[in-house]
Design a binder for this molecule. Structure first.
Ligand SMILES: Cc1cc2nc3c(=O)[nH]c(=O)nc-3n(C[C@H](O)[C@H](O)[C@H](O)COP(=O)(O)OP(=O)(O)OC[C@H]3O[C@@H](n4cnc5c(N)ncnc54)[C@H](O)[C@@H]3O)c2cc1C
Length: 448
């Protein structure tokens, strides 16, 4: 195969796999390089003794249109099931349940005062006004409102109760972030994403999705770490290590789909605003704990999300046996806890028993004392979960996207676009693939 038609895709996370599949479908030849012995990157499932622990990404939201489409195209329909996003939020130690499929019922909740329920309509109007700005292809609209943190917006426009019990919960739950630095754009994005009252659960684990995409690709090389990517002016040289030996191969193009620190290391030629943007990207940290239980708790919530007033360190719980099939044997249970970024930084290297003991203490008000029920556990320790969407980040995303050169030989992709997460990363990979395949089309027309 000549270098002219090949594209090197570095990283077999969802961005890289999405890019590779898109290139293949448009008639190109992708070659995927993956440093680890598995595909998926931050989508990872650990299997042990009839249990599947989703230790990376936890859920595919119902609003993830591009992921849903891709899952159908790679043959996952039979194992894709919708699960109710039936949530609960504690106040004064008591859980309040929210059924997103009947918002009117949710209005009757005692969780918020009547005054705050009325004030909340202002936030909903703000969301409605910017609904179409919250998209994956342009950050221009959301950049224009990236002038407040969640805290400053709520204190000026809403009230302290909405900040503590709604807005803080919305940026802590999915993002482990804090309203004092999270941009109000992230609050709006998250509200939009959660507007579908279901998740998609895959029977074979969260990683069934990247595995299914990888199975369609002609050349995906595991245990193959890329050391260097160089634009030579005529093509792209990729240097990698395989079986302890270093090799260099030539390609027409490359897409680098790793986290920003790795991308800066392997692509020293990265220049312009992209370099500044990548250097400035900071990631949320997570120490997520997955507890297998001998009996299934009766609590019906698929997830619990906590106000910092209730739980300073615990952001929330996902209930694995209610979010998907086959996570644990019938009658048994599994819950996943996730904690705020700063707590996770402090506990990234803490011993397992200290972490398990802490999270069992956090969930005790909602599940009782589970310590005698624990039959196994897994802990995900991730220094880089998703970029922190702090104040000013959406302006930077917008500039990064606008200054991306469609004619470049080396493209960048990953969860570096308007909103992080699996869908954002997939769309970013697909967009990089489209830019590359467009260049070929134009070149083809010129030479014809
Ligand atoms: C604990 C946790 C929970 C999450 N929960 C959710 C969730 O519920 N929903 C959601 O939408 N998102 C969630 N996310 C975020 C989501 O997983 C990521 O945004 C997304 O998977 C990023 O995909 P990516 O392809 O950009 O990067 P990655 O998945 O990080 O892929 C990068 C790949 O590059 C490889 N690589 C690195 N260096 C090299 C090298 N030198 N050579 C070759 N390969 C290399 C890595 O091994 C990796 O496979 C979660 C993330 C974590 C960690």
């Amino acid at each position: 195969m000549d270098a002219e038609s090949r594209t090197a895709v570095i990283g077999a996370g969802i961005a890289g796999l999405g890019a590779a599949r898109r290139i293949m479908r448009a008639g190109g030849t992708p070659v995927v390089f993956e440093a680890e012995n598995r595909v998926g990157g931050r989508i990872k499932t650990v299997r042990r003794a009839d249990r599947a622990y989703d230790v990376g990404a936890f859920i595919y939201l119902g609003s993830y249109a591009e992921c849903t489409q891709e899952m159908l195209e790679v043959g996952l329909e039979a194992q894709m099931h919708k699960f109710d996003a039936f949530g609960a939020m504690p106040r004064s130690g008591k859980l309040n349940y929210f059924d997103l499929s009947s918002p009117l019922k949710a209005l009757r909740t005692p969780y918020l005062s009547m005054g705050s329920k009325i004030k909340l309509t202002k936030l909903l109007r703000f969301l409605a006004k910017h609904w179409s700005d919250l998209n994956y292809t342009s950050a221009a609209g959301v950049a224009a409102i990236d002038t407040d943190t969640v805290t400053s917006y709520c204190q000026r426009e809403l009230n302290q109760e909405i900040l503590d019990y709604i807005a803080a919960v919305v940026v802590r739950g999915p993002w482990l972030s804090d309203p004092s630095y999270a941009s109000v754009g992230q609050l709006l994005w998250t509200l939009k994403n959660f507007f579908k009252p279901y998740f998609y659960g895959l029977d074979d684990g969260m990683d069934a999705f990247p595995r299914a995409i990888a199975a369609t690709l002609p050349d995906a090389r595991l245990n193959t770490a890329v050391l260097n990517v160089a634009d030579t002016g005529k093509g792209v040289d990729v240097t990698y290590v395989q079986n302890g030996h270093e090799h260099t191969e030539q390609f027409a193009n490359a897409v680098i789909c790793t986290t920003t620190g790795v991308a800066l290391e392997i692509y020293p030629q990265m220049a312009g605003f992209a370099r500044e943007y990548y250097q400035d990207t900071e990631y949320i940290c997570s120490v997520n704990t997955h507890i297998a239980l001998g009996t299934r708790p009766s609590n019906p919530a698929t997830y619990i999300m906590c106000s910092p007033r209730e739980q300073p360190d615990l952001c929330g719980v996902i209930v694995d046996h209610l979010k998907a099939n086959n996570r644990c044997p019938d009658g048994q249970g599994m819950i996943t806890t996730f904690c705020r970024h700063e707590w996770c930084l402090d506990h990234l290297d803490a011993p397992d028993d200290e972490i398990v003991e802490a999270v069992l203490r956090f969930v005790k008000p909602y599940y009782g004392d589970l310590s005698s029920q624990v039959v196994d556990y897994e802990i995900g320790r991730w220094r880089d979960v998703v970029p922190i969407m702090s104040l000013g980040r959406f302006k930077a995303v917008d500039r990064f996207m606008r200054e991306t050169d469609p004619n470049a030989r080396v493209h960048l992709a990953g969860d570096i676009g308007p909103i992080p997460g699996v869908n954002g990363a997939l769309v970013s990979g697909q967009a990089a693939a489209d830019r590359i395949m467009n260049q070929r089309k134009i070149r083809g027309r010129i030479t014809a």
